[in-house]
Design a protein around this ligand. Structure first.
Ligand SMILES: Nc1ncnc2c1ncn2[C@@H]1O[C@H](COP(=O)(O)OP(=O)(O)O)[C@@H](O)[C@H]1O
Ligand SMILES: NC(=O)OP(=O)(O)O
Length: 310
């Protein structure tokens, strides 16, 4: 297989939901990344932060309630914390996995900001699920305390926050320089820290950006051949979770757009992945997205499983 430049977007199951789970999960995750690197692919890695940013935000809110001298931490700051928290485990686990395979490579996490538009209507309509899953009763209580909640793709209830579209990766030049120099970069974690340009100042925004959209921008800007989105399902389905569910091996752009229009993909979970894939395919001929499970990434790259879009 010809080596490719891949932007890899890691979903929740690659990271676990709390500290001990994360330390365990990343050990499994980096085996997949190391396998892909061994095949000669060049990788820029990004990851989600839904559970983690929710946990950090809740911890900071509790601290501020208990001791008002600690002001509430905005979601932008919580995302910055989540990039450090996840990047720390991921880069160390990958470094160690490579060393165990006799490979000495530099791995670095770049704290990354993304510009968002203050007029983005998403600020008025929270859709991004964060934090742990809740029962409906817990969700009602959360709603009563002023936090919007939503049912998340049949898996339970979660708090939802605004998720504006990313427009520009602020630290793109740094990421490109490191990637071009053959270094392994972890960047744009949690979709990037959302910021609003205000003259020379970048003001943090109260939102969580979808990592699939930021990964798409990164893949476009870095001239990647492949956007790889690793999640909890091996393939994308139509009629997901229904008796007539059908797993998809390949979607052309028009077919993906037709399924999007039919509402086949759940907002806040599979929809942004397929929308990102469509945008990537449209950005230049030959660009493809692979959506599959972490454990199936190598088979997916070999065309043996997963859903290819483009
Ligand atoms: N049409 C669909 N096909 C496959 N999975 C779907 C579909 N619609 C919703 N899903 C759900 O979306 C999930 C992936 O979204 P999510 O868990 O938010 O991603 P991430 O892995 O990035 O955290 C799948 O595990 C599945 O439960
Ligand atoms: N920020 C983000 O997209 O996180 P998840 O992938 O965990 O939803």
């Amino acid at each position: 297989m010809k080596p490719k430049r891949i932007v890899l977007a890691l979903g929740g199951n690659a990271l676990g939901e709390n500290l001990p789970e994360q330390m365990k999960a990343v050990k499994r995750t980096v085996k997949t990344i190391a396998d892909l690197l061994e095949e000669g692919h060049q990788m820029v890695i990004t990851h989600g932060n839904g559970p983690q940013v929710g946990m950090i935000n809740m911890a900071m809110t509790t601290l501020s309630r208990e001791d008002p001298s600690h002001p509430m931490a905005p979601l932008s700051v919580c995302t910055a914390m989540s990039q450090g928290y996840i990047g720390y485990d991921l880069q160390n686990a990958l470094r160690e996995e490579l060393l165990n395979r006799g490979v000495r490579r530099s791995v670095a996490t770049v704290l990354t900001q993304v510009e968002v538009d203050p007029t983005d209507p998403a600020f008025q309509h929270p859709t991004k699920p964060i934090g742990a899953f809740m029962t409906q009763a817990e969700a009602e209580e959360m709603r009563r305390r002023g936090n919007p909640v939503m049912e998340d793709a049949g898996r339970g209830w979660r708090r939802v926050v605004a998720s504006p579209r990313p427009r520009r990766v602020v630290e793109l030049d740094t990421i490109r320089t490191l990637a071009d120099a053959g270094q392994i970069v972890i960047a744009c974690g949690g979709g990037g820290i959302p910021v609003l340009p205000d003259g020379n100042h970048l003001r943090g925004a109260g939102a969580v950006v979808d990592k699939d959209f930021t990964a798409e921008i990164l893949a476009e800007e870095l001239g990647a051949d492949c956007l790889m989105i690793l999640t909890a399902v091996e393939k994308v389905a139509v009629h997901f979770g229904k008796p007539n569910q059908r797993w998809l091996t390949h979607m052309t752009v028009p077919v993906a757009e037709k399924y999007i229009a039919e509402g086949q993909f759940a907002p806040g979970s599979m929809l942004p992945k397929v929308e990102a894939a469509v945008a990537f395919a449209k950005s230049s001929p030959g660009r493809q997205t692979l959506i599959t499970q972490l454990e199936k990434a190598l088979d997916g790259m070999r065309g043996q499983t997963g859903t290819i879009i483009g």
